[in-house]
Design a protein around this ligand. Structure first.
Ligand code: FE
Ligand code: CA
Length: 510
């Protein structure tokens, strides 16, 4: 197995990623820079020293110093702050700096130095609750194998106030053959096309996950999107294992519970090492936890970034794909996506919010979607909010109880959608409570697009649906209201593909 992995890594470095040969010059900043968790006076800056990124990083063991500088202008004339931080092999020579004392609603530029090497220059921005406008991008599901990242290059050009990434930042699978392959999904087979290859086998160890993140982050267009805007991030399933929930992997027969706990620690540690977030994972006994959910205020919009993966109970009622029938277990009030602590936090934070728009950034779809016609019982996706109906109804009642203009933003399902959320989510004659907008995937395929199109007439709350295009969602919010553009990539196989607006919508106040 390890022979095969080394072969693939060597092949990748030699033939598929010629630009990484520059690593022999020992440039430590091969993975670019990033910023995140923006607040009114602070932001987290990130980089990682990795002269040999696909082979564990390539830094010698030991503590080293990295200098950072923050500027008020792009030409680096006005230095605002500078400092030195230490890092080591214990965090894969990643660097996380919480910069405080900044001014609200301002752009800053930042750069790292290690020895003689200077990193690329990054741009970031602090938040401002009094700002008149918010420009937010929603991203998810950037499978490295399925496509190039033209969508990220387009996002970098737009340079929004913040990028919200709701998960599937990496995929854990082994390298697939190039070209079109058919793979088992649920009971059926679906077609996938790979335009480039993963490094190695399915990720299990910390070494595997580090090299996988490094592969993704070696992409220049993804680096550009990180360097252009601060990001807020929460993981979904593929950062660890497809459709995992709490402590339960997708394939419990292939790994013991303890083995999965160790795998989860490795995956969350590597996620931390590659993301502009402040806190590393915390261990309680054998359980790993990474704090990701939180609220961020961008002028007229307050974004509540949710974590619907780490605290959820396991999916119930069957594994049929893309949908299955509900069962009695749905009536169990303990069935949860958010967990008690996060739900309580959300209730209190929404009640206190003074924003005109209240965004819930959720990994999976919130509004319902059925894959069959009534009057039969709906066939639904158990991994989405449809699989947790009692908790969703509690959330809907909460949103209906005086929360201004709820907008749920979702990823996960590789299709763009604009849906109305109704008080009774299956009944469009019941009052409208809010909207659910779904960005499509940056690059991941949607082979179930046809099944969704066939079911469109049975889902009258869905105003727009397209699983055939890759891209992302732009949200531009000001005193005139909420405007969103569905950006789509002409040809996801081409890095220099054109990216255009497929549809522009405005939301009615609710
Ligand atoms: Fe995905
Ligand atoms: Ca997912």
């Amino acid at each position: 197995m390890s022979d095969r992995r080394q072969f693939i890594v060597a092949l990748g470095a030699a033939t598929l990623l010629p630009d990484l040969k520059a690593s022999t010059t020992r440039d430590p900043f091969t993975l670019g820079v990033a910023s995140g968790s923006p607040r009114d006076t602070s932001v987290v800056l990130w980089t990682r020293l990795a002269p040999d990124p696909l082979n564990g990083g390539g830094m010698p063991a030991g503590r080293v110093e990295v200098e950072y500088r923050v500027y008020a202008d792009e030409s680096r004339q006005r230095l605002v702050q500078r400092g030195t931080v230490e890092t080591s092999e214990h965090k894969a020579h990643s660097v996380h700096v919480l910069v405080r004392g900044l001014e609200p609603g301002r752009e800053y530029w930042y750069q790292f130095r290690h020895g003689d090497a200077l990193s690329p220059l990054g741009r970031t921005r602090t938040t401002d609750m009094k700002a008149g406008r918010a420009r937010l991008a929603l991203a998810s599901c950037n499978s490295y194998e399925s496509g190039r990242f033209a969508a990220y290059a387009d996002m970098a050009k737009w340079a929004p106030d913040c990028v919200i990434h709701v998960g599937d930042y990496i995929y854990e699978g082994a390298a697939a053959a190039l070209g079109v392959t058919r793979r088992r999904v649920g009971a059926g087979e679906l077609s996938f096309e790979s335009v480039r290859q993963h490094n190695g086998a399915e990720t299990v160890t910390l070494w595997d996950y580090r090299n996988r993140y490094a592969l993704y982050r070696s992409d220049a267009q993804l680096q550009a999107a990180h360097a252009a805007s601060p990001w807020i991030v929460a993981l979904d399933d593929h950062e660890i294992d497809n459709n995992w929930a709490g402590d339960v992997p997708q394939d419990p027969w292939a790994q013991t519970r303890l083995e999965f706990k160790v795998r989860k620690l490795a995956a969350l540690q590597a996620y931390y090492e590659h993301m502009p977030i402040e806190q590393p994972p915390q261990l309680t006994g054998l359980d790993t936890h990474l704090q990701l959910y939180g609220a961020y205020r961008f002028g007229p919009a307050q974004v509540h970034l949710l974590d619907t993966r780490q605290y959820r109970s396991d999916q119930v009622c069957g594994q049929g794909f893309p949908g299955d029938e509900s069962c009695e277990a749905f009536q169990d009030p303990r069935l949860t996506m958010l967990g008690t602590t996060q739900e309580q936090w959300l209730v209190e934070t929404l009640r206190r919010s003074t924003a005109r728009y209240n965004v819930l950034a959720s990994q999976t779809w919130f509004a319902p979607f059925r894959y069959n016609a009534p009057p039969a019982a709906p066939r639904i996706n158990m991994d989405q909010w449809d699989g947790y109906p009692l908790e969703r109804q509690r959330m809907i009642e909460l949103l209906a109880s005086g929360v201004a203009n709820p907008v749920v933003l979702s990823g996960d399902w590789h299709a763009s959608a604009a849906m109305r959320i109704h008080r009774d989510p299956w009944n469009t004659r019941s009052p409208r409570v809010g909207h659910n907008l779904c960005g499509t995937s940056i690059s991941s395929h949607c082979p179930w697009s046809g099944a969704m199109r066939d079911a469109l007439q049975d889902n009258p709350h869905v105003d727009h649906l397209n699983g055939d295009r890759r891209g992302y969602l732009r949200c531009d919010v000001d005193s005139g209201g909420w405007r969103s553009e569905f950006r789509v990539v002409e040809d996801p196989r081409q890095a220099d593909s054109a990216v255009r607006t497929e549809l522009e919508i405005r939301l009615q106040d609710v």
